[in-house]
Design a protein around this ligand. Structure first.
Ligand SMILES: *Cc1c(COP(=O)(O)O)cnc(C)c1O
Length: 223
C-alpha cells in the first residue's frame, strides 16, 4: 500500500496554521481511509453518492464527510441525513433542494458555493456574475436549513503557476466582495476551499482555508 500515513503527515506539515485538510478518498478503499483515520484525520471528501454511502456504512461514525462532486438534485435526499458539508453548490435549485431535504432530517447542512473561474470548459460552477445574481436575488436568505459557509473552486489544471495563482487570487478577492456585501455579520461565512494535490502550496498562499488533497496522500486512483 501507498504509505498513506507518511504522506498524510507530510501534507499536514505543509499546511499553515488554520488551514484544514479534506482528504479526498474517492475511488480509494476503506483500508486507505482507515490508515489516515488512525493518524487522526477526520474530514474526508467523496464525489459519488453510492460510493459514499457504502463507505459511511462501514467506517467510523465520527468521520466528517464532505461531498465535493457535482450533485444531482435527485441524489440530495440520500446524503442529507449525514453529510457534513456539500462543497459544490452551483445553482439556486440545488440549494433549495438541500434546504428541503435538510429540513426533513431536522438539520442544517453546511454548503459552499462553487465558482467557475478556470478557463477550462466545464459545465459546473457559478461564474462570478452568476454567483452575484444568486446572492442578489435574496431567496437564499429564507432557507433555514442550509448554512452558506463560503466558496469553493478548482483552478485550471495547468503547469503555469502564475495562472493558478491568478485564478485563486480572483476567488479570494471575490470572497471579500461577497463577504462584505452579504455576510458581513455572519461569522460562519469563512471558508475558502481551494488547492488540490498539484496546487495546494499555491492555494495556501492565496488564502485558502481548506485544501482538498487526494493523490498526494493516497496515490493514483484506480477507476
Ligand atoms: C478529486 C478531486 C480533488 C482531489 O484531487 P487530487 O488531485 O487527487 O488531489 C479535489 N477536489 C475535487 C473537486 C475533486 O473532484
Amino acid at each position: 500500500m501507498y504509505d498513506v500515513k507518511q504522506n498524510l503527515r507530510q501534507v499536514l506539515g505543509d499546511l499553515p496554521e488554520g488551514v484544514r485538510l479534506v482528504a479526498i478518498s474517492k475511488y480509494h478503499p476503506n483500508e486507505y481511509i482507515m490508515a489516515a483515520y488512525e493518524e487522526g484525520q477526520r474530514i474526508f471528501g467523496e464525489s459519488h453518492e453510492q460510493e459514499l454511502r457504502q463507505k459511511v456504512e462501514s467506517l467510523p461514525r465520527d468521520i466528517e464527510w464532505h461531498f465535493i462532486g457535482h450533485l444531482q438534485t435527485n441524489k440530495v435526499k440520500y446524503i442529507a441525513p449525514y453529510i457534513s458539508m456539500i462543497e459544490a453548490v452551483d445553482s439556486l435549485k440545488l440549494l433549495k433542494e438541500i434546504d428541503k431535504q435538510a429540513a426533513r432530517n431536522n438539520r442544517v447542512i453546511k454548503v459552499l458555493l462553487e465558482l467557475h473561474i478556470a478557463e477550462e470548459e466545464t459545465k459546473y460552477g457559478l461564474t462570478l456574475d452568476a454567483c452575484r445574481q444568486l446572492l442578489e436575488g435574496g431567496e437564499w436568505r429564507s432557507l433555514q436549513h442550509v448554512q452558506i459557509c463560503g466558496l469553493m473552486m478548482m483552478a485550471s489544471y495547468v503547469e503555469d503557476t502564475a495562472q493558478i495563482r491568478h485564478e485563486m487570487t480572483l476567488a479570494a478577492d471575490f470572497f471579500d466582495e461577497v463577504k462584505a456585501k452579504y455576510f458581513s455579520d455572519a461569522a460562519t461565512f469563512c471558508e475558502r476551499s481551494w488547492g488540490m494535490s498539484h496546487d495546494y502550496h499555491i492555494a495556501t498562499q492565496c488564502r485558502s482555508t481548506m485544501v482538498r488533497v487526494g493523490t498526494t496522500i493516497f496515490g493514483p486512483r484506480v477507476y
